[in-house]
Design a protein around this ligand. Structure first.
Ligand SMILES: [Mg+2]
Length: 119
């Protein structure tokens, strides 16, 4: 199994650490980097070219929807998991833009289930 590169983008440190823990456990050997906002995440994605991005929506500097749009324009095959508690209209936009929805707050089980599908 090829080692996956993952970028986690969330302005909440506890959520970044939770996602980091779940990814480490679900995809052994994965190379994980954490970003605190959408802009930092975007810069990381451009330099690292990861296989999977897990992103929040509400963040400073660049939100998760803008980040998703940028990613899909530049790296159409990159898998983007968007964690959000936003209402349905935004969820539809995320799916329309090619993102995978992860309802927030997410559990160990729900994130692990999506990650296992992407192995
Ligand atoms: Mg946030």
């Amino acid at each position: 199994m090829k080692k996956k590169k993952i970028v986690v983008v969330d302005d909440d440190r506890e959520i970044r650490e939770l996602a980091n823990y779940i990814v480490e456990d679900s995809l052994p050997g994965a190379v994980i980097r954490l970003a605190e906002n959408g802009l930092e995440g975007w810069q990381m994605i451009m330099s690292d070219k990861p296989d999977i991005v897990i992103t929040d929506v509400n963040m400073p500097l660049m939100n998760g929807i803008e980040l998703l749009k940028n990613i899909k324009k530049t790296f159409p095959d990159l898998k983007v998991i968007v964690a959000t508690a936003l209402p349905e209209i935004y969820q539809k936009e995320i799916i329309h833009l090619g993102g995978m929805l992860l309802p927030k707050p997410f559990s160990y089980k729900s994130l692990r289930k999506i990650l296992r599908r992407l192995r």
